[in-house]
Design a protein around this ligand. Structure first.
Ligand code: FES
Length: 120
């Protein structure tokens, strides 16, 4: 079973409200949940601020939004459903951990691959 694509109807608040009913609310005050939909947009739910690279606020117009990740939307940064027509393909989750996730968290105990001269 595949998850419904909320970008199918990007102009219907009712669609997003119905989608929200099937998803857990973000935890914690001010928390947002971002879900990469398989072959589709990033769905942002919860309390969030959307700003451009200059920090200027972008009015999302609703509490749940679909952000384009295919690069083909005519209303970027929002999804307009174009990903369906272009055959955009992407998994919902990562196939493997991000390289940054493999970086040792403790700088006191560097791994054997460390090239940090200060590490000794
Ligand atoms: S992800 Fe939907 S138009 Fe890009």
């Amino acid at each position: 079973m595949t998850a419904p694509d909320p970008a199918e109807d990007t102009v219907s608040d009712a669609t997003f409200a119905a989608e929200d009913a099937g998803h857990p609310a973000p935890t914690g005050a001010g928390a947002a949940t971002i879900t990469p939909y398989r072959d589709g947009p990033l769905i942002v739910r919860g309390d969030f601020r959307l700003v451009d690279t200059d920090g200027v606020e972008i009015d999302p117009g609703r509490r749940t939004v679909a952000l384009c990740r295919c690069g083909k939307s005519g209303i970027k940064p929002f999804c307009d459903g174009t990903h369906k027509r272009t055959g955009f393909s992407a998994a919902s989750g990562p196939a493997s951990p991000r390289p940054a996730a493999r970086i040792p968290r403790s700088f006191d105990q560097p791994g054997p691959e460390s090239t940090d001269p200060a590490a000794g």
